[in-house]
Ligand binder design. Structure first.
Ligand code: C2E
Ligand code: MG
Ligand code: MG
Ligand code: MG
Length: 275
C-alpha cells in the first residue's frame, strides 16, 4: 500500500458500524425544470464514525455489494428513511424521496415486504418514494425473482428509476424490458457535454427517446448555470447537482425546502416537452 492511503474497509468493520448504528442519510435536493422548484431529494448514505469522520459511500458500498452485506445495510436503513419522510410530512415539507437499492435487495422478497408494510400502514405514500437501481446492476440479471419483486414494487405505486444511465452497455434494451418510469443520466455524460458535441447529441437523443417511452429524465451532476440552462431547453424533467445543492443532513434539507428557492423554469409553451 502507498504511504498516506488508508487501508480498505473490511466487512467486519462494516458490520460493526451497522451494529453501532453509525450510518446516516444525507439528502441532495432535485429541482424540477418544469416548475423551477425543489420537488424531491435523493437519500445518500454516509458512515459517521464516532470520532466525527464521515466516510463516503464509494469507500464501502462496493465491498457491501460484492459480499452481499448490502442487503443488511438496505434493510437497516429503510426504517430511517421512513422516519425522515414522516418528519418531512409532519413539517409540511413532504417531497419525493429517492432511495438507492441494489439488485441483490430484490433477490428475495424481504425489502419488497418492508416497503409494502410501510405503505400499508400509511407511514409513507408510494407516490413519494422512488427506488434507484443502477443500470450496471440490472444488465446481468436473469433472475425471475428480481423481475417479479420489481414488478410487485411498481404495482405498489413506487417509482423505479434507472441510475447512472449511459454508463452500461444495453441502456435502451434495459429501459424497454424493465418497468422504469425515470432515468437518471449519468454525471460523467453530463460533464462531457461541456467539451464534446457528441456527448451533447447523446444526451439530447436520450432525453427525446425517454419522453417517447413516457419516461421522465433527471440529469445528475449539474455543476454550472450553463449546463442547467441547456438541459432546461433540451426538455429534461429534473436536475440534480452541486450547482443546485450539495447533499445535506435532514435538518438542512428542511430549511432548504422552506426557503422556497426558485430557479428558472421551462417557458409555458414548452412544458409539454417535459411531460
Ligand atoms: P448515485 O446514486 O449516482 O448518487 C450521486 C452521487 O453523485 C452522489 O455521490 C452525489 O453526492 C454525487 N453528486 C451529485 N451532484 C454532483 C455534482 O454536481 N458533481 C459531482 N462531482 N458529484 C455529484 P455519493 O453520495 O458519494 O454516492 C456515491 C454512490 O454511492 C451513489 O451514486 C450510489 O450509487 C451509492 N450510494 C449512495 N447511497 C447509497 C445507499 O443508501 N445504498 C446504496 N446501495 N448505494 C448508495
Ligand atoms: Mg442514485
Ligand atoms: Mg447516479
Ligand atoms: Mg453512481
Amino acid at each position: 500500500m502507498d504511504a498516506g492511503t488508508t487501508p480498505p474497509i473490511t466487512l467486519v468493520e462494516l458490520a460493526k458500524g451497522l451494529a453501532h448504528d453509525e450510518f446516516v442519510f444525507y439528502y441532495q435536493p432535485k429541482v424540477s425544470l418544469v416548475g423551477g422548484k425543489v420537488n424531491g431529494a435523493e437519500a445518500l448514505i454516509r458512515w459517521k464514525k464516532p470520532d466525527g469522520t464521515i466516510i463516503p459511500p464509494d469507500e464501502f458500498i462496493p465491498i457491501a455489494e460484492s459480499t452481499g452485506f448490502i442487503t443488511e445495510i438496505s434493510r437497516a436503513m429503510f426504517p430511517k428513511l421512513v422516519a425522515d419522510m414522516l418528519i418531512l410530512n409532519d413539517m409540511d415539507a413532504s417531497i419525493s424521496i429517492a432511495f438507492n437499492l441494489s439488485s441483490k435487495d430484490f433477490e428475495s422478497p424481504e425489502m419488497l415486504e418492508l416497503i409494502r408494510s410501510a405503505i400499508e400502514s400509511h407511514q409513507i405514500d408510494p407516490d413519494k418514494l422512488q427506488v434507484e437501481l443502477t443500470e450496471a446492476a440490472i444488465i446481468d440479471i436473469n433472475d425471475p425473482n428480481i423481475r417479479n419483486n420489481l414488478n410487485e414494487l411498481v404495482k405498489l405505486g413506487v417509482k423505479l428509476a434507472m441510475d447512472d444511465y449511459g454508463t452500461g452497455y444495453s441502456s435502451i434494451d434495459t429501459l424497454s424490458q424493465w418497468p422504469f418510469s425515470v432515468v437518471k443520466i449519468d454525471q460523467g455524460l453530463i460533464r462531457r457535454m461541456v467539451e464534446s458535441e457528441k456527448s451533447t447529441t447523446i444526451v439530447q437523443a436520450s432525453i427525446r427517446m425517454a419522453h417517447q417511452l413516457g419516461i421522465n429524465v433527471v440529469a445528475e451532476g449539474i455543476e454550472s448555470a450553463n449546463v442547467y440552462d441547456f438541459l432546461l431547453h433540451a426538455g429534461c424533467t429534473d436536475a440534480q447537482g452541486f450547482w443546485l445543492a450539495q447533499p445535506m443532513p435532514l435538518a438542512e434539507l428542511l430549511a432548504f425546502i422552506r426557503s422556497d428557492r426558485r430557479w428558472s423554469a421551462l417557458p409555458a409553451g414548452l412544458i409539454h416537452m417535459a411531460q
